[in-house]
Design a protein around this ligand. Structure first.
Ligand code: PLP
Length: 340
């Protein structure tokens, strides 16, 4: 990957003449079965440009209440697009057609037509980050998208980890993407590229997206150097995602053998493991694990999350289980982890 980046042909992406970026965009569009794609510096920008492209300020957007676009993107939908949220309550990020219908504004001849903001967009996330890497059941996703279309909504997929959903189900990325107007995918997560994401959709929508990419400060000149890393990841790292899923299963089974930890290995669908510590505060436990070399995030007061990727090997996972076991056993006093 580093070699392909060093040797990449570059131009100026603001002028559309960076050959490596153009190759990457064409390949993404092909894999996702869309007319066009645009390379983005981050997944956050990709999602937020999508939201801005589908709406005008004051429009309403249907968001699941634990969606990455809502929880983890700095309040961008409201700050940058001026949209109004209508929340859906899913389970691990997965909701139903009834949830979509209940979140739509009520219509009745007695109600003034212009009270509720126009609802324009429905966002779906697959796999679901806050849902522990949950994959949407395909039929459920189709029915939810049909309900959205029936209500006249545009449909956006936050597919930062769509590659993982495809690897776990053998349902192709294009098949998932076909349900949506726009799809955002990340190269910088499980695929292991240093930089970037892409937004795919119709040529018309992607042309509008390029305007907001510029407006949000995303025109990034000689981007071919980083696009070459993304291209390498797309070509050579998708096939190995199942290893991450297998490693997540091994980690979960190992943790399940440790007294004081609760985890359901059966619930692991992709590359994330959520587990509960019963005898300690999750954030303290994360600091102790970090000091011992295992880097996981506390996600609630008693839950932690581990994520597998291409630089975590099976040996690392087995070692991490043993470190977790000994950290839990030891009563070592809390020491701040390096860098904290
Ligand atoms: C990481 C992530 C993003 C954002 O990607 P960045 O490149 O970190 O901005 C968006 N959606 C989901 C589900 C993610 O996990």
């Amino acid at each position: 990957m580093r070699r392909s980046m060093a040797e990449a042909a570059v131009g100026d992406d603001c002028y559309g003449d960076d050959p490596t970026v153009n190759t990457l965009e064409a390949l993404v569009a092909e894999i996702l079965g869309k007319e066009a794609a645009v390379y983005m510096p981050t997944g956050t920008m990709s999602n937020q440009v999508a939201i801005r492209s589908h709406t005008e300020p004051g429009d309403a957007v249907l968001l699941e209440q634990t969606a990455h676009v809502y929880l983890n993107e700095g309040g961008a939908p409201f700050a940058l697009s001026g949209v109004h949220p209508r929340f859906l309550r899913g389970i691990d990020g997965v909701f139903s057609t009834a949830d979509v219908e209940a979140a739509l504004p009520q219509r009745h001849p007695f109600l003034p037509k212009h009270w509720a903001p126009p609802t324009k967009l429905l966002c779906v996330e697959n796999t679901h980050n806050a849902g522990g890497g949950k994959v949407w059941p395909f039929a459920r996703l189709v029915s939810v998208c049909e309900a959205g279309r029936a209500a006249g909504l545009h449909l956006h997929l936050d597919g930062a980890r769509l590659w993982n959903a495809a690897a776990a189900t053998k349902i192709s990325e294009a098949h998932w993407a076909a349900q949506f107007d726009t799809v955002s995918v990340c190269f910088s997560k499980g695929l292991g590229a240093p930089v970037g994401s892409a937004l795919a959709g119709t040529a018309e929508l992607i042309s509008r997206a390029r305007r907001f990419k510029t407006q949000f400060g995303g025109g990034f000149r000689q981007a071919g150097i980083v696009a070459a890393g993304a291209l390498h990841a797309l070509r050579y790292h998708r096939d190995r995602l199942e290893e991450d899923h297998a490693n997540a299963g091994i980690f979960a089974s190992g943790l399940a053998s440790i007294p004081g930890i609760q985890v359901d290995p059966e619930s692991i669908e992709t590359n994330m493991v959520r587990f509960r510590v019963t005898s300690s505060d999750a954030s303290e436990f994360a600091v102790r694990l970090h000091a011992a070399g295992v880097h996981v995030l506390p996600i609630t007061r008693d839950m932690l999350r581990a994520v597998m990727c291409l630089n975590v090997t099976r040996e690392h996972v087995i070692e991490a289980v043993e470190i977790t076991r000994s950290v839990l056993r030891s009563n070592s006093t809390l020491r701040p982890a390096p860098g904290h």
